[in-house]
Design a binder for this molecule. Structure first.
Ligand code: TYD
Length: 227
């Protein structure tokens, strides 16, 4: 129940995964989903952009490498439109149903990619995120942090989308941006060093999430985890 808005009160737990490209988010998200399932905790896995049907259309617009003419402001507004739909249609109902919601990217990505890297301003993206999310922020945002050279080595095999085609300097700014944001919100945003083995990263994330759930008095997931 992070939001002051009574309409958003819930008994769920909301987790976002953030970070630059190629940091191993998908793998670690899979591990965390399995962790909750093994404790019989209902979990909803989703992503941005593209967590809803409407969002999938917005995702196509955003990530198509042909769309080089997309302006920075239009880019931000499309990410926010996707988020507004995502929050209303999927995230809030799942949290109200008492589930753990894990999203692959959320509001902090707009703060970093558009606010800091595209230089639209952190103040603006924070305000606009507030509007798009109705003030719903994750209970914990996990930033997987990896040096850009290591991330590029991991990405070499893939076909790159419009954002991934940005130069290395952009990706450096993304990395710095997430670190800066984590200093601004040290409780909500937890940085995890992703330049380690999959298993080490998995265990640290599991530990961070478990501790945060046990600190929160608003849901009973901790009872299932302790069993
Ligand atoms: P995606 O294919 O989901 O990649 P990743 O595995 O990196 O999450 O691509 C999403 C891209 O959109 C990614 O480059 C980050 C970017 N993005 C923003 O720039 N702003 C945002 O608000 C969000 C949610 C994503």
């Amino acid at each position: 129940m992070k939001s002051k808005d009574a309409r958003l009160k819930h008994k769920g737990f909301f987790i976002s995964f953030e970070g630059g490209e190629g940091a191993g988010k998908s793998t670690q998200i899979r591990h965390l989903v399995e962790f909750f399932k093994s404790h019989k905790i209902p979990v909803e896995l989703t992503l941005e952009p593209g967590g809803t049907k409407i969002g999938q259309k917005i995702r196509e617009l955003l990530l198509d490498p042909k769309h080089t003419a997309l302006s920075h402001r239009a880019e931000l507004l499309l990410y926010l439109a996707d988020r507004a739909q995502h929050v209303e249609e999927l995230i809030v109902p799942a949290l109200k149903a008492g589930k753990v919601v894990i999203t692959d990217r959320y509001a902090d990505s707009s703060n970093v990619y558009q606010g800091l890297c595209r230089k639209l301003g952190l103040k603006s993206t924070i305000q606009l995120n507030q509007y798009a999310t109705q003030g719903l922020y994750p209970d914990i945002a996990i930033v997987l942090d990896l040096p850009v050279s290591a991330a590029f080595a991991r990405m070499r095999q893939r076909t790159l989308d419009r954002m991934e085609r940005e130069k290395a300097t952009f990706h450096q700014k993304v990395r710095k941006g997430f670190l800066l944001l984590s200093q601004k919100y040290p409780k909500r945003i937890q940085v995890v060093n992703a330049h380690r083995s999959e298993e080490e990263v998995r265990l640290e994330i599991q530990d961070l999430v478990t501790r945060r759930i046990c600190q929160s008095k608003e849901n009973s997931f901790w009872k299932k985890i302790k069993q």
